[in-house]
Write a protein of this length. Structure first.
Length: 148
């Protein structure tokens, strides 16, 4: 049995071939990416500052009502779901398209996070989640100890 190296560029070329073929035969599909994969998990940036932990979730095309952020037993879960329906009628043919985007990510909260004060804001395709630190988890200023 031979081992064959996987070449994603070959798969991309096949996808592109089918996209080009169908778009040339059906001009109404010219603005549609037929091989689009919407089942991906969004990228997440995590940053720690003196006062909090910050998460940035890349989720373009969503609305703030599509998100659900919850905390249960030390685990924060971020999920989103969006459904779109599109119907085109042209020359006696009807084309219906359904699109469904969703993702689900879970994060174990650090012990120093104050899960009662978590804030989330969606702006320009990025979900910003701020987890404030408990006062005891914040860096304390250096203390001088008097030598007796």
């Amino acid at each position: 049995m031979a081992i064959v190296k996987f070449r994603p560029s070959l798969v991309n070329n096949v996808d592109s071939f089918f996209d080009d073929f169908f778009k040339s035969q059906f001009p109404s599909l010219s603005n549609t990416n037929l091989s689009d994969n919407r089942g991906t998990t969004p990228a997440v940036n995590v940053k720690e500052t003196e006062n909090d932990y910050q998460l940035e979730v890349a989720a373009p095309g969503m609305d703030k009502k599509d998100f659900d952020v919850s905390v249960d037993n030390g685990t924060m879960t971020i999920s989103a779901a969006k459904e779109q329906k599109d119907k085109h009628e042209e020359d006696g043919y009807t084309r219906k398209e359904f699109s469904y985007q969703s993702f689900h990510r879970s994060f174990t909260l650090p012990k120093g996070a104050d899960d009662g004060k978590i804030q989330a804001k969606y702006n320009d395709g990025i979900l910003h989640v701020t987890l404030p630190k408990k006062p005891e988890a914040k860096p304390q200023p250096a203390k001088k100890i008097k030598v007796l």
